[in-house]
Write a protein that binds this ligand. Structure first.
Ligand code: CP
Ligand code: NVA
Length: 309
């Protein structure tokens, strides 16, 4: 029997309910506080995380690897190039083998169907470290960062300026679960698709042709690269299509006076965001990056040990 339906995975944001997010945000705050005080927090001694990267990474790798060591565990790092994954070993076989030797798996890959196949054949929890469709760990960190700076995100407005990509899809899922609104502005041909985003209705988001109108009155303005990993062949067409979708000081000016700016990074100054914005006073991008580690520590602990408080 290879299927293990009772295991809790984190493959997309909608895998958890609002009360689980409330727990994770509280737990992440505690874990962060202990980290800042050099206080040991090691509930995962003797546990091993396998990290599988089929795409490049800086933040995801460092945050999961450092985070797991801080929790008392250890990590194994695999890439397509240095494992049999790159030599066409079936994903199902890889899942069966890897999950017999480790306690937790984090995967960064291409299609969501690939991580779903892995999870379906895994004996241990699987975490999505980014797919073409979703990036749930990033939105977990972003919302935690919003709460740290401004309190609850419920009832607030998030402006998404740019590609209808994995980040946009995940923001839409989060808005349904946590009760906020997303103003989405993308160039035509790069719209969000409700069926790919995996949301029930269009009640929690509004589409705007003009990115300036999407930002008007927003509590948070956020964007991402014009060309995501895996879409590099479209680079030239995207540079032309996205020219007006650069978050600039004018867009920040029409947002709420205390609006925050976020970007999951890596960023391209002068493309999707002006340097004055990402390096300006409303930007919280470095907190966002650091918080990846704190929320993922809470996530790994939760997947392996359940609620502890
Ligand atoms: N934001 C993010 O996931 O960054 P990396 O691609 O560096 O992991
Ligand atoms: N949308 C980007 C996010 C990178 C962290 C990508 O998928 O490449």
């Amino acid at each position: 029997m290879s299927q293990t339906p009772a295991i809790k995975h984190y493959l997309q944001f909608s895998d958890f309910a609002a009360d689980e997010y409330a727990y994770l945000f509280t737990r992440a705050a505690l874990i962060k506080k202990k980290f800042k005080a050099y206080e040991k927090h090691q509930p995962l001694v003797d546990r091993t995380l396998a990290m599988i990267f089929e795409k490049a990474s800086t933040r995801t790798r460092v945050s999961f690897e450092a985070g797991m060591y801080q929790l008392g565990g250890s990590v194994v790092h695999l890439t397509t190039g240095d494992s049999q994954l790159g030599r066409a070993e079936p994903i199902e076989d890889s899942a069966k083998v890897i999950s017999r030797m480790v306690d937790l798996v984090m995967i960064r890959t291409f299609e969501q169907t690939k991580i779903e196949s892995f999870a379906a054949h895994s004996r241990v929890p699987v975490i999505n470290g980014l797919t073409n469709e979703f990036h749930p760990c990033q939105i977990l960190a972003d919302i935690f960062t919003y709460i740290e700076h401004r309190g609850s995100i419920a009832g607030k407005t998030v402006a998404w300026v740019g590609d209808g990509n994995n980040m946009a899809n995940t923001w839409l899922q989060a808005s349904e679960i946590l009760g906020f609104t997303v103003h989405v502005s993308t160039p035509s041909g790069y719209e969000v698709d409700q069926s790919i985003a995996g949301i029930r209705s269009s009640d929690s988001y509004k589409v705007f042709k003009d990115p300036m109108e999407a930002c008007r009155g927003a509590d948070l303005v956020t964007t991402d690269v014009w060309t995501s990993m895996g879409y590099e062949a479209e680079n030239e067409a995207r540079r032309a299509a996205f020219a007006e979708w650069c978050v600039d000081t004018e867009m920040m000016r029409v947002a709420q006076p205390d609006a925050l700016f976020m970007h999951c990074l890596p960023a391209h100054r002068g493309e999707e965001v002006e340097a004055e914005v990402i390096d300006g006073p409303q930007s919280v991008v470095w907190d966002e990056a650091e918080n990846r580690m704190h929320v993922q520590k809470a996530l790994m602990e939760y997947l392996l040990l359940g609620r502890l408080a």
